[in-house]
Design a protein around this ligand. Structure first.
Ligand SMILES: [Ca+2]
Length: 85
């Protein structure tokens, strides 16, 4: 899965399996580390990697905590195939 392609400041995302809607998300990536190019999944260790120069922003530029800035050119955040059907 790739998230990107437009100018975005991302504060995190979750992915719910359809069959689990209403329960905890299968993946929950807060995107609040603020350093390096890995942002970690809190649920099942499906960690995401930032590409294309995606940048961390500090609290003053984000809704809550730190966040990821995508410049709209070639930035994206990718998670590995985690076998969800
Ligand atoms: Ca870029």
């Amino acid at each position: 899965m790739v998230i990107g392609g437009v100018v975005l400041i991302v504060g995190g995302f979750g992915i719910w399996a359809v069959s689990n809607r209403g329960d905890e998300p299968y993946i929950y990536i807060k995107m609040n580390e603020g350093t390096a190019s890995t942002t970690y999944d809190s649920m099942n260790n499906v960690d995401a990697t930032m590409y294309g120069g995606a940048q961390w922003k500090n609290e003053e530029d984000c809704v809550e905590g730190k966040c990821v800035y995508l410049d709209g050119v070639n930035d994206y955040v990718s998670i590995p195939d985690f076998g969800l059907e």
